[in-house]
Write a protein that binds this ligand. Structure first.
Ligand SMILES: *[C@@H]1O[C@H](CO)[C@@H](O)[C@H](O)[C@H]1NC(C)=O
Ligand SMILES: *[C@@H]1O[C@H](CO)[C@@H](O)[C@H](O)[C@H]1NC(C)=O
Length: 631
């Protein structure tokens, strides 16, 4: 994540690709405006330079040209959408309470969510790994970089004068910090187009995101063209890789730029990949390594099958399959488990089989601000202690998750990556919906990087700093319910929770969206809060409608054939782990669920696989005599 800073500083403008667009407005800009951005030193954030679109090309590495009428929508640094319009106070400050002040976020967090640990009876930790990976595809961590690196002074007197600081006050009677003496937690406001001079100061703040808004596995392939090219081997369609002690890794960054928590000299591994996020949280790190390997696994199989394919065709086909698998496992395996199969069928989020095409060019590829915020709810199921097992399932040791951030080196020593991989499907996740949160996630979060952080308070603060409307407005939007008193909320909360809410909030209109989500009743037939489900459903449908390259579309460039799509649909997270997980030779067939009766470990040979021969290109046979494959 520190590379973001580095890029910003060393940004050298090159008008390399073709047409320059204003990243916020999405319109082409003149040479004069380009010159102004160069003078203002903000080309990296405020403009996007792309080659003209070709309607028949693959999904672009930088996400541009997805929507042919709005070519840069879908690329990095483009504006987000919203399910409901923002609600500001004066001067674009977060909204206030009807009666004065909203409760402190830390107070709300400690009142609504207690610290403790309980194992979930259904989910393995792999489920939370996967959710975080999905979230990282469409959002990013640069707000964390901001308060650690760019503005470390938010809790000091200097922070009082910095309009970008938004430190969290810790109340004197805080259950934890009444003993620690900590009265302030560092935090900054989300970065906006205004911060980089892309928009006038006195306009409504618009969040700027480095991630691309569509699911395109940015974490593996990057989200800019230049970076993406750095990841490619340009041979056999492969991503660059290296082998060390029999394990396949992304290439090594000799400077260990991001992995500053590596314990030297023992730990030295750090990945050099197109994405800055890979070396950050350990869960993102492992998932990214796995999908990195899966790309090469697919490319190798395709190369064997179709010896006449060149590097580009192998690369783009493997990437297309890889992204399809990412989405398929999320939509058809993880979501039904969390949100209920019947709900998803009813709302059209999943289809029985065959193609689906709901593309609508009028819908711009954008991510609603509410979506990554809702995914933050999943922090409540984050297990803070990772248990490590050997391939026989014997417990080996444990490690606090928060001590593995920006510390890729840990994976590379003592067989740790093997043990963590085994733990991913053997360890239960933290219990879902029990109003308990892991103490490390509640008071540490960044390990040794910061004395104390509370991820839940940060999430709730961001809810406010992103100007979300009150929870009850979302109830009105999704269910047509007009709420005027706490009593009206009886169907959404257990009585004791509702009592707590009415205790701590002065008015029912004050209830924050995320705070409600933490303690809401689950959706009938599922395990996630109702409002979480509704936000996910609305955005995912928007994504499917706005993504011209959506993998289930028959009418897209290089679309899957029906037979190929059926092979994608055979993929499971268990197969994925068998293909790319270190030392995985047996696994439970439904690996987002714990091992148990009906879901016993079986040999990987018994886990169904996709049949790559669906991608057989018969034209290769004719040309075989003329072509010497180099692999
Ligand atoms: C551009 O921005 C960087 C980082 O803020 C700064 O170091 C550099 O001096 C700036 N260059 C110009 C020409 O303003
Ligand atoms: C806030 O950040 C500063 C600078 O990094 C640090 O000294 C301080 O301890 C941090 N506060 C907490 C509570 O982590």
């Amino acid at each position: 994540m520190f590379v973001v800073l580095f890029l910003y500083v060393s940004n050298v403008f090159s008008f390399a690709h073709g047409i320059a667009y204003d990243s916020f407005n999405g319109t082409p800009i003149s040479k004069d405006e380009v010159a102004q951005h160069i003078r203002d030193n903000n080309t990296f954030w405020c403009m996007i330079d792309i080659a003209p679109c070709d309607p028949n090309e693959w999904r672009r590495l930088d996400g541009s040209c997805n929507n042919l009428r709005n070519p840069i929508r879908g690329a990095t640094h483009t504006p987000t959408s919203r399910i409901l319009p923002p609600s500001y106070d004066e001067n674009y400050e977060p909204r206030k309470s009807k009666t004065g002040k909203l409760p402190l976020v830390r107070k709300l967090r400690t009142s609504l969510l207690s610290e403790g640990q309980a194992p979930d009876q259904l989910f393995s930790v792999l489920a939370s790994y996967y959710l975080i990976f999905i979230a990282t595809d469409i959002s990013n961590l640069h707000d964390t970089v901001n308060y650690i690196m760019w503005k470390p002074h938010c809790c000091s007197p200097k922070g009082k004068d910095d309009p970008k600081c938004a430190p969290l006050e810790v109340p004197h009677d805080d259950p934890v910090h009444r003993y620690s003496g900590i009265r302030c937690l560092n935090l900054t406001k989300p970065l906006t187009f205004q911060d980089f001079g892309c928009r006038q100061e006195n306009t409504p703040p618009e969040r700027i995101q480095t991630a691309t808004p569509l699911f395109d596995m940015s974490t593996v392939y990057g989200n800019s063209l230049d970076k993406a090219l750095e990841g490619r081997k340009f041979e056999g369609g492969l991503l660059k890789y290296e082998v060390e002690e029999g394990r396949v890794w992304p290439p090594r960054d000799p400077d260990e730029l991001i992995c500053t928590m590596n314990r030297k000299p023992k730990e030295s591994r750090c990945h050099k990949t197109p994405s800055d996020e890979v070396n950050t949280l350990i869960t993102i790190n492992m998932m990214s390594v796995w999908f990195w390997r899966l790309h090469n696994h697919i490319a190798n199989r395709l190369a064997k099958l179709n010896p006449c394919w060149d590097d580009d065709q192998l690369f783009y086909t493997a990437r297309d399959i890889n992204i399809a698998i990412e989405m398929h496992i999320f939509l058809y395996e993880l979501l039904p488990l969390m949100a209920g199969y019947e709900n998803l069928i009813r709302d059209g989020l999943i289809v029985y089989n065959g193609f689906r095409d709901i593309y609508n060019e009028a819908i711009i590829p954008q991510m609603a601000m509410e979506f990554p915020l809702a995914l933050r709810w999943a922090h409540t199921m984050q297990e803070g202690t990772l248990k490590m097992y050997n391939p026989h399932g014997d417990y080996v040791k444990k490690v606090p998750l928060v001590e593995l951030t920006i510390r890729t080196g840990y994976l590379g020593v003592d067989n740790n990556v093997d043990y963590l991989t085994q733990g991913a499907f053997r360890q239960p996740s933290a219990k879902v919906g029990d109003n308990l949160v892991d103490p490390d996630m509640a008071d540490r979060v960044l390990g040794y990087i910061q004395p104390s952080q509370d991820v839940f308070s940060n999430d709730l603060a961001k809810n406010r700093l992103m100007f979300m409307q009150p929870y009850i407005k979302y109830l009105e939007h999704f269910y047509g319910k007009k709420i005027t008193s706490f009593k009206d909320l009886a169907e959404f909360f257990e009585p004791e929770v509702l009592e707590k809410l009415s205790d701590i909030y002065d008015s029912v209109e004050d209830i924050d969206l995320l705070a409600a989500m933490w303690v809401e009743k689950p959706i009938p037939g599922g395990h996630v809060p109702r409002i979480f489900y509704s936000i996910l459903a609305e955005q995912l449908l928007r994504t499917m409608k706005s993504d011209r390259h959506w993998y289930e579309r028959p009418n897209r460039p290089h679309a899957f054939t029906f037979a190929q799509l059926q092979e994608i649909r055979k993929m499971t997270v268990a197969r994925f782990m068998c293909d790319v997980g270190d030392t995985v030779t047996e696994i439970q067939p439904r690996a987002f669920q714990r091992i148990g009766p009906g879901n016993e470990l079986v040999s990987c040979g018994l886990i169904p696989d996709m049949d790559i021969s669906a991608w057989k290109d018969n034209s290769c046979r004719k040309s075989r005599d003329f072509h010497q494959p180099s692999y």
